[in-house]
Design a protein around this ligand. Structure first.
Ligand code: SF4
Ligand code: MG
Length: 336
């Protein structure tokens, strides 16, 4: 199988003083060419950390990869030095973050910022870079591109700044775009415009997207496949249809029940998931959702289930899907 990106058994930890936070545990997934994979989960579930680990951007010295492998275009990138990683980031993997100001330089005209990558990584001449930059500004929907070229980030609205950040990320025609909550800071209409633009550009440029989001509505709109993360673990992965129409993990059920449906005129009652995620400084040895799960069994408390596959695309880490449940794995009666 030729996956553009393949992550195998990734473990990431953060050290502070004497304690270690296990932010990502045994995470495996892949992204195919021209595919959008959404990683969805609450804040603190490890989705951004996973993205940062892929890009070699864990905050040093606290964050580090403790185990596992990341392959990009068939090559391992886990052990690469900073310089080699920076090269890949500049040309083959583009990145967009929630706050565009974090990727824009406030003291530099935006034309120069977009052109920088083209000069550095693509060996463009200044004239070529300028032409391509204006083209990119038009591509991301910035009107009057030629005059906007000379403006600074503060002269743009939030939505327009995010468009500029996307232009920078796409400048070198990356194979993979990693977008971490790219529309979360924007208002709803602008969010939809930006997501539409991203998917449109993806089709035109043939790139893949790793989309990090907490928003199931966005996932349903743009993703091909979905990985649901909870407490540092991928608890379920499948196509959009698998996750929305035949989910197999109680946490996914909870997420779906707690999310408003845009197309349902009579809003069904939203049911929040009771309780809170476990402390990742001392993660439970069993299923991380056990404390909140209405279906928890004794086995759940003691053993973290492996991913069980239903189809090539669809799998979940939940004991309910074990053929021995619920006969051999009896529910915890007291919770019923
Ligand atoms: Fe619930 Fe057990 Fe499944 Fe975890 S493994 S989600 S506790 S049923
Ligand atoms: Mg995040």
């Amino acid at each position: 199988m030729n996956h553009l990106l393949e992550v195998r058994h990734l473990n990431v930890a953060f050290r502070s003083r004497e304690r270690e936070l296990q932010a990502v545990r045994d995470v495996s997934f892949h992204i195919n060419e021209q595919e959008t994979l959404a990683i969805v989960g609450e804040s603190g579930s490890g989705k951004s950390v996973t993205a940062r680990a892929i890009m070699g951007m864990l905050p040093s010295p606290y964050g580090s990869i403790k185990g596992g492998e990341i392959h990009f275009q068939g090559q391992p990138i886990t052990g690469l030095n900073k310089r080699a990683l920076r090269k890949i980031r500049g040309s083959e993997i583009g990145m967009v973050f929630q706050d565009p100001m974090s990727s824009l330089n406030p003291t530099m005209k935006i034309g120069a910022q977009i052109g920088e990558g083209l000069l550095q990584h693509q060996k463009f001449t200044r004239a070529e870079a300028r032409r391509r930059t204006i083209e990119l500004l038009q591509l991301v929907g910035i009107p009057d591109a030629a005059s906007r070229y000379h403006q600074y980030p503060h002269e743009f609205s939030g939505g327009m700044r995010q468009r500029v950040a996307i232009a920078i990320a796409l400048a070198c025609n990356p194979k993979l775009l990693i977008a971490d909550e790219p529309t979360t800071a924007l208002d709803v209409t602008i969010q939809a415009q930006i997501m539409d633009m991203l998917t449109d550009l993806q089709e035109r440029m043939g790139s893949s997207i790793l989309l990090i989001t907490h928003d199931l509505g966005v996932v349903a709109e743009v993703a091909h496949r979905v990985a649901v993360m909870y407490a540092g673990i991928i608890v379920e992965t499948g196509t959009v249809e698998d996750i929305f129409e035949r989910p197999r993990h109680p946490y996914t059920w909870g997420l779906l029940q707690s999310t408003p449906k845009l197309d349902a005129p009579d809003q069904e009652r939203l049911v929040p998931i009771e309780g809170s995620p476990p402390d990742l400084y001392s993660p439970p040895q069993g299923c991380p959702f056990a404390q909140r799960c209405p279906y928890a069994m004794e086995v759940c408390v003691h053993h973290l289930p492996e991913a069980m596959s239903f189809t090539d695309n669809h799998s979940a880490r939940c004991w309910l899907n074990d053929p021995r449940s619920p006969v051999e794995h009896a529910p915890i009666a007291a919770r019923r």
